[in-house]
Design a protein around this ligand. Sequence first.
Ligand code: PSU
Ligand code: MN
Length: 303
Amino acid sequence: MREFLTFSKEVEEGMAAGKAIVALESTIISHGMPYPQNVEMAREVEQIIRENGAVPATIAIMDGKIKIGLSEEELETLGTSKNARKTSRRDLPYVVASKEIGATTVATTMICAELAGIKMFVTGGIGGVHRGAETTMDISADLEELASTNVAVVCAGAKSILDIGLTLEYLETKGVPVVGYQTDAFPAFYTATSAFNANFRLDEPQEVANMLKVKWDLGLKGGAIIANPIPVEHSMEEAYIIEIIEKALKEAEENGIKGKDVTPFLLGKVKELTEGKSLESNIALVYNNAKVGAKIAVELNKL
Ligand code: PSU
Ligand code: MN
């Protein structure tokens, strides 16, 4: 594997010292937010993880290598690149072989984290079953990865650009535990609640770490979702954001957006239609996830 993986100095040293490591994805940087907020967000998330006792490992593909941890310069390159390729599981071999710049999705970040021996991963939102998937078959590869790869994902739930109910059904079928962190509800990214509940509620990082350890000690393959609601002061009004998302979905359909372009298109539209308010919420919830994810990683590292 050393042939394909390179570790930043910080991650290498952290691993050697037996510290808790937290993986971070890069599609959120290249396709989820505009420059320069994307790079600022990525730096701050790393800092929050350090402040909470863990070592951040932002993952991306460059020069034919899977980079576990990015330098300042690499982060800037990724954040400003016009041709970084959104890299899901199917794209990974092509991007490594062709030496393109690859931004890893949740699915691919999980794959790379597992290769590097990292068990915790923090992001904003996961992909899921899209609305209308019964005809389009648009179901994110993130869900299959959660079913089979042993990495836990801290996120703020799923956006209602997705069919949240079907996403939860899919996760149930695949045996992926969905934990509400200090909440009974399954959060909907911009809002702390949705029409659905999480499967279980856990209130302490140590409890989450224990559950993960038991899952993997039992030989139950796959990840888990730790759904951490957006802090109230940053959450958006439900009726308002639903209306915006409906508009974005309509525009996606009118423009014939398909495949891997659907999610970035919808995220961009929502940001445009909320005049940037959604971006502010998005950044705030990622920071909150970084804090929680680092704490869980530290507890898991003790077990
Ligand atoms: N949801 C978000 N922000 C994101 C993504 C999803 O709120 O940035 C990104 C993640 O990288 C996720 C990917 O893994 O989109 C899912 O894309 P798709 O739906 O094409 O599988
Ligand atoms: Mn898709």
